[in-house]
Ligand binder design. Structure first.
Ligand code: ASP
Length: 283
């Protein structure tokens, strides 16, 4: 039996090499599983190579709205469309630990973050600004959000602009206890207010007494399949890796990846390149 912290850096883009995952799990490691997963996510949110926290993708309207979630068995906290904070995952932990709620969205999430001491912080980077500039070239003033979305989608599909896939996630099993965390700037192109799988319990994240599961990929499809709870509910019925392979198999060409730990296994699987990092300790 081992204590394990397993991290991913998103199911990958064809156009760019994967962010270097080296040492993230080791540096995030803590004897408390929740602290371990949050630490690992903070390291990746602070690294501009990932699409989470600093480096998050800019939406069609020019804003950055981020989603993040944390969970331990029976507990959950998430933020939806949060803006101008450095570490959405810490705000999600604050939602879980300091409020009677499980999800806070939009301006309410920002107000709460400020009350918890999260200072205003702009997560834009030269790379995300450059990508946004490329995206809005050729967009006419009078286009509706929907027309702009269709234009951006064409650019992405033709390979002219890169679709970011570097969402981050982590699961841990430490001394028999589980935790999971996930954070994203979202998929691209995105309208303001779009919410993916990440902050929705059972969709992009699930953690219970039998394990922890976190997903990455096209949030709309992951949410429709309630992917993480679906995987969790099958734990014990077959090897964990087989469950992941079967469930990702339903996605066909649609990008999806999962990392998971159960009482005695750990597994990761994706249908596109996905960076992972693992720290394990014998007990
Ligand atoms: N699942 C994320 C979202 O749709 C994106 C990703 O994992 O790449 O918001």
């Amino acid at each position: 039996m081992e204590n394990i912290l397993l991290c991913h850096g998103g199911v990958g883009s064809k156009n760019r090499s994967l962010p270097d995952m080296n040492g993230i799990a080791k540096n995030g490691w803590n004897q408390d599983p929740l602290t371990s997963v949050v630490n690992a996510i903070v390291i990746m949110e602070d690294d501009p190579n990932f699409n989470a926290g600093t480096g998050s993708v800019i939406r069609i309207d020019g804003s950055i709205q981020m989603d993040a979630a944390v969970s331990t068995p029976g507990r959950f906290g998430s933020v939806i469309g949060i803006e101008m904070v450095k570490n959405p995952v810490i705000v999600a932990r604050d939602v879980m630990e300091k409020t009677p709620h499980v999800m806070l969205a939009g301006s309410g999430a920002i107000d709460f973050a400020r009350r918890c001491g999260h200072k205003p912080y702009d997560p834009k980077t030269p790379r995300s600004i450059e990508a946004y500039k490329k995206m809005i070239e050729g967009i006419k003033e009078n286009m509706t959000e929907n027309e702009k979305y269709i234009e951006f989608k064409k650019l992405i599909d033709s390979g002219l602009i890169e679709e970011p896939h570097d969402t981050v996630g982590a699961v841990a099993r430490i001394n028999g206890k589980f935790a999971a965390a996930v954070s994203t700037g979202g998929a691209s192109p995105m309208m303001r207010g779009r919410v993916g799988d990440v902050p929705v319990p059972g969709a992009g994240i699930y953690c219970g007494d039998q394990g922890a599961v976190v997903a990455t990929g096209i949030g709309e499809d992951i949410a429709k399949r309630v992917l993480c709870y679906r995987i969790y509910s099958k734990i014990g019925s077959m090897p964990l890796k087989t469950i992941l392979e079967k469930e990702i198999g339903y996605f066909g060409e649609t990008l999806a990846g999962v990392i998971a730990v159960s009482r005695n296994e750990m597994a990761y699987f994706s249908n596109g390149s996905m960076g992972t990092d693992l720290y394990a300790e014998k007990i």
